[in-house]
Design a protein around this ligand. Sequence first.
Ligand code: LLP
Length: 434
Amino acid sequence: MNNMKVDDLNHLVIGGVSAVEIAKKYGTPVNVYDLTLIKEKIKTFKNAFSKYENLTQVAYASKAFSSLALFEVLAEEDVSLDVVSGGELYLALKAGFEKSRIHFHGNNKSYEELKTAISEQIGCIVVDNFYEIVMIEKLVNELNVTIDILLRVTPGVEAHTHEYITTGQADSKFGFDLASGQVDQAIKQIKEIENINMIGLHSHIGSQIFEVEGYEIVIEKLLQKASEWKKMYDFNLKVLNVGGGFGIKYTDDDSPLPLDKYAKAIIRSVRTHSAANNLNLPEIWIEPGRSIVGEAGTTLYTVGTQKDIPQIRKYVSVDGGMADNIRPALYQAKYSGVLANKVVDLNEEVVSIAGKACESGDMLMWDVVLPQPKPGDILAMFSTGAYGYAMASNYNRLTKPAVVFIENGNDFLAIRRETVEDYLKLENSIKNWE
Ligand code: LLP
């Protein structure tokens, strides 16, 4: 990757610390996060949105990667938080995250999850379906409180991205369908409920998006509808949340826009279509996940065995794989990497990096050029910060890696490596069955 740093020993440096030293100190596989980069990404969004006339909120989509320490860092960075489960909400509350800045998402929030969110008086609930309206009505009446909500709209816009991770098209499990009038029905229904305060609309059109057109089309559509709903139902659009999805660079084949370009296009579009529809400028909220933490994350693995099939392929295995990063196996996601202990070396060859799970699909990288990997070398795989650890499993009883934060030459263990003894905290011996 173009901004990679290398020290005098030809070792990769992350945030001022040698990746080889990190691997030695914490073992591998290890997920390393450069906190400076995370803070830079947040600043880029915030600076771009500071040019907007009304308020804005940058809500980190915690599904991309969550940890107590990360939430504590984010709380200091003045961002909001998008959580999608009782688990993420629990961690956010434990981290002391300002409750009014937490937004709760999900297509199947349970009654208990909603009860916690409402009794903790979090900032808002992004309501996804009619069942949820009924549950929230019951809860606000029971608890005698009010709650702000956004309506999640499925706008019928398809982002150009991988099929599995497109969520904005009409045939989606998420949100109220715009075309068939579900949003109208939901607005009418909610307007009748005294303690639910409908502050605006939400839409998320997909992930790893490299162009602004999808956002512009949605903004145009929603602001036009908002003006109709204002006349029809006296609906006042205070907040327009356009979701996340801003693309990042995994390999040199990826050319995402600079983050401020997405922000500027969104602002321009909201201004244009608010004016065209005689609406006051709404607050703009966004929900980036991948673009905040993706490029800040690097996974370090140790190289183990190899299998060379003449004229066909050389497989080089590492001590992790689909259990700590399912993305290559699940989405055919491409990554790039280097050998952290010999970054620049002219003795290169084409190899494919295999994980250690008992499954042929457990590959991390196909056909990458590396300097002749040998057992004990440290492979650094870049841009693994989003949806890597977050989607990790214990497949084959592999233990989850450690997570280390780095800033200004200092390292900090944010999540310790799981051990096999941890399994026994959850399990009972059959000998205890009386
Ligand atoms: N807001 C909503 C409502 C979302 O559904 C998502 C992601 C985001 C925000 C954040 O999107 P981001 O900025 O991270 O693209 N596991 C897949 C990605 C799934 C994304 C799900 N929703 C992957 O590894 O590519």
